[in-house]
Design a protein around this ligand. Structure first.
Ligand SMILES: *[C@@H]1O[C@H](CO)[C@@H](O)[C@H](O)[C@H]1NC(C)=O
Length: 135
């Protein structure tokens, strides 16, 4: 009987503490223009609940924002990028399943003429993630 009560108490504590622990984790995401001198890009990022608006980002500047990762593990931000002949290219800037470890506190992206690089916050290495569609 005591064991059952203990178990119930533990479950109650876990349900109280669990979400708090997850929600306290803030992530800073940034998308940096490395397309080359004089080249602008547009970026428009959104989640289910937030629309961060359409921004123009000049060379060497970054668009960044901060968000909390939700307890259900469904946090997803996607962005639509535009520059020169790449009209609209959509990619996931943060997806909990893919990025929970890779981007525990920071999710940095570099936009280059070759494609999109993501910084792996865990290893500190830049990874080539997406190439532009073949024209
Ligand atoms: C880049 O953006 C700035 C400010 O929005 C603008 O003044 C400039 O003409 C743009 N440059 C190009 C090459 O489109």
């Amino acid at each position: 009987m005591e064991a059952v009560i203990l178990l119930v108490m533990m479950m109650m504590m876990m349900s109280l503490w669990g979400p708090l622990v997850v929600v306290s984790g803030k992530v800073e995401a940034s998308i940096k223009n490395r397309l080359g001198s004089g080249k602008n890009m547009t970026v428009h990022c959104q989640s289910k609940d937030d629309d961060l608006g359409l921004r123009t980002v000049p060379y060497d500047d970054a668009f960044s924002w901060e968000f909390g990762v939700n307890a259900g593990g469904t946090t997803l931000f996607y962005c639509v990028l535009g520059w020169e002949s790449v009209g609209n290219y959509q990619f996931d800037a943060y997806s909990f399943g893919r990025d929970r470890v890779r981007c525990e506190t920071r999710c940095e992206w570099l936009i280059s003429v070759e494609g999109i690089y993501g910084l792996n916050g865990e290893t500190g290495l830049l990874e080539y993630f997406y190439h532009w569609p073949i024209q």
